[in-house]
Design a protein around this ligand. Structure first.
Ligand code: ATP
Ligand code: MG
Length: 391
């Protein structure tokens, strides 16, 4: 049976059994949408403290990278999807072979889990992406000269496993001794992202381009602004490029396409994520159909939702653990933040805070980018996530 054939699925409602591999905040925000249709989500996550733990109809604590555990969790479900890309492809393929609809397809996860295969695919498809070389380990780290960006082929996330090496000394000191992609450092003007949904019927829906503003200290997104401050021509080009990637891959599901705009005005694809994405959180309040509802629509092969913005501007500010925060989280300044009429908070339900851990986010909507930007800066100064124990 075609793993993406949704025609045999039960109708929407409590008889439809949807499994999600990964039980963090992305799964949690998807469950919030699934409840509206009484679709009962079942979740597997390695942590007994996962954000989804108490919100799901069945929670299994298990290893996402273990094929047998993935198969045992998903067997008998109608549809299985992911909220994280680091999941056993073998396990997912076994589920697809057993007749479970698996979205995204296991092969796509296999491609995305390996940044080296991803780069080769972009080259084959004619998708613009920074020039690169694949290396086996530290001895070849100078193959492209310096500065260079070294990325572990497998296992990285949130910028861990990615580093800029400026010279031979730095390479010797900090270079990863593992199979990696060496990539030309792009002279980045802006980091952009475009989320595209595609269902098994081939319908697509593209969200407006968003701009990520990074905090260089921790290499995490500081806040995100929609619309991106780019020309209409670049907006069109970026959306088309995201669609080109989805079409070239023949992807089904929700795909976040991360891009760089360089100082010459060229757009490069950095990488893709086959799931809901940090850069789409503002769509909960900012767009007609949120990325979480859209993800459900795509994986269940439903008509796709309207991606139009509801406000002239929206921003999203991640709430991350303070540098010395440990223990039970304390969301300092949140009550005051909610006095602003255009602020919405999403706290992810994590039982403990750690330095730089993503604990929640706030969305700000407004009549124009400048006023939203002002509110974001205000909130950055007043919102903090501290811990009951400070170490
Ligand atoms: N070729 C490059 N040139 C310049 N900067 C880069 C390049 N590649 C990556 N970066 C920087 O490093 C960041 C993380 O890279 P990448 O997205 O590949 O890693 P990641 O671990 O998958 O991160 P995340 O989970 O945050 O997406 C990018 O957002 C960008 O700021
Ligand atoms: Mg990335």
């Amino acid at each position: 049976m075609d793993a993406n054939d949704a025609s045999t699925q039960p109708p929407l409602g409590p008889t439809l059994r949807l499994g999600v591999l990964g039980g963090g905040q992305l799964g949690r925000m998807m469950i919030q949408e699934a409840m509206n249709w009484d679709v009962r989500v079942e979740v597997m996550d390695p942590s007994a403290e996962a954000s989804c733990r108490h919100l799901t109809h069945r929670f299994v604590q298990g290893n996402l990278n273990n094929a047998e555990e993935v198969l045992a969790f998903g067997r008998g479900l109608d549809v299985v999807t992911v909220e994280i890309e680091h999941v056993s492809v073998e396990g997912l393929q076994a589920l697809a072979d057993a007749g479970v609809t698996v979205v995204p397809r296991p092969a796509h996860l296999g491609l995305i889990q390996d940044k080296g295969l991803q780069k080769e695919a972009y080259a084959n498809w004619g998708i613009p992406s920074a020039p690169y070389t694949l290396i086996e380990g530290l001895e070849d780290v100078g193959a492209m000269g310096f500065p260079v960006v070294q990325k572990l082929r497998k296992g990285g996330y949130d910028g861990k496993g990615v580093q800029v090496l400026r010279n031979v000394e730095e390479a010797a000191e900090r270079g990863f001794d593992a199979p990696s992609v060496l990539e030309q450092a792009v002279d980045i003007d802006k980091e952009l992202s475009v989320i595209v949904a595609r269902n098994a019927g081939g319908d697509t829906a593209v969200y407006p381009v968003v701009e990520s503003v990074f905090n260089p200290e921790v290499n995490l997104v500081d806040h995100l602004m929609a619309p991106a401050a780019i020309s209409e021509a670049l907006e069109t080009e970026a959306r088309q490029l995201a669609l080109d990637v989805v079409t070239a891959m023949d992807f089904v599901g929700l795909l976040a396409v991360e891009m760089f705009l360089d100082h010459d005005g060229a757009i490069w694809v950095n990488e893709v994520a086959p799931r809901t994405h940090n850069s789409g959180h503002h769509t909960i309040e900012g767009n007609v159909c949120s990325q979480f509802e859209q993800h459900l629509r795509a994986v269940l092969n439903l008509p796709l939702g309207d991606t139009s913005p509801l406000h002239p501007a929206s921003a999203m500010l991640n709430l991350i653990g303070a540098p010395d925060a440990h223990g039970t989280p304390l969301y300092v300044g949140l009550k005051e933040a909610l006095k602003l009429p255009n602020v919405h908070a999403h706290i992810y339900g994590k039982s403990t805070v750690k330095p730089h851990r993503k604990m929640g986010h706030v969305t700000v909507t407004g009549p124009d980018v400048a006023s939203v930007q002002r509110d974001v800066l205000k909130l950055r100064g007043t919102l903090r996530v501290e811990g009951a124990q400070t170490a």
